[in-house]
Unconditional design. Structure first.
Length: 230
């Protein structure tokens, strides 16, 4: 079995990542490299009989027509900063520990080790889930042995719930307001990683078309905002 080191690639940009006020030392996370994040080794080795991960439909995308935002669950007040320890997405059976992700020597965001398909990661130099700004969680869709933590992320629907257990003993509860899939060449950096006034969460994994030569061609992104805590 070939072991592949997977990393997110980051472009340096002048504005700060995550919060409207900016966090000193933060770097904007830009395009995610699907070729290095997850190459679809499981699909490649398992053959054509293996099911590809689900992809979101257009109905789950951001609304841009009349009534935009209508029916969206109102946002809750921000929580104090606190590192997250665990993420749960009941609708797709995710209940996973979180590890902090930093930057590699080349300026890329590191990722959970591929041999830990149960593990997700969060960008620990950025916004913590629940505080004002855009927090980022990422994980593999598969590895050479089979599905990984976010294999079913594309099946999540608007209105779904995401829970994040935090180190201060609180649980931040987010409601999904969009699920979209992007080709890697058209990844909307500002839309995904841009600063936010309210507490928001992005969950990212591989998706889009699949090539036996280059792997997944894009990314699935879940957009959610804080709607409660306990």
């Amino acid at each position: 079995m070939h072991r592949i080191r997977r990393t997110y690639r980051i472009r340096r940009m002048p504005r700060r990542y995550g919060r409207a006020t900016g966090r000193p030392g933060n770097t904007v996370i830009a395009s995610v490299s699907t070729l290095t994040l997850c190459c679809g080794l499981w699909l490649l080795h398992a053959g054509t009989g293996t099911s590809a991960p689900p992809q979101p439909s257009a109905a789950q995308a951001h609304s841009t027509g009349p009534g935009h935002g209508a029916g969206q669950v109102p946002a809750s007040a921000a929580l104090p900063p606190s590192p997250p320890d665990r993420i749960r997405v009941p609708a797709i059976g995710v209940d996973a520990p979180l590890t902090g992700l930093g930057l590699t020597g080349t300026g890329s965001l590191d990722v959970p080790p591929p041999e830990r398909p149960d593990l997700a990661g969060w960008y620990e130099a950025g916004t913590t889930p629940g505080e004002s700004g855009t927090a980022v969680v990422a994980g593999h869709v598969d590895n050479a042995e089979g599905p990984a933590v976010f294999y079913s992320l594309g099946a999540l629907r608007r209105g779904g719930t995401v829970e994040v257990d935090r180190r201060d003993g609180t649980t931040a509860v987010f409601t999904v307001h969009a699920v979209e899939v992007y080709d890697a060449r058209d990844f909307p950096d500002g839309k995904v990683y841009g600063a936010a006034e309210r507490p928001e969460l992005r969950i990212i994994t591989c998706g889009g078309g699949y090539s036996r030569t280059t792997g997944y061609q894009g990314n699935v992104v879940v957009y959610a905002h804080l709607t409660g805590s306990r």
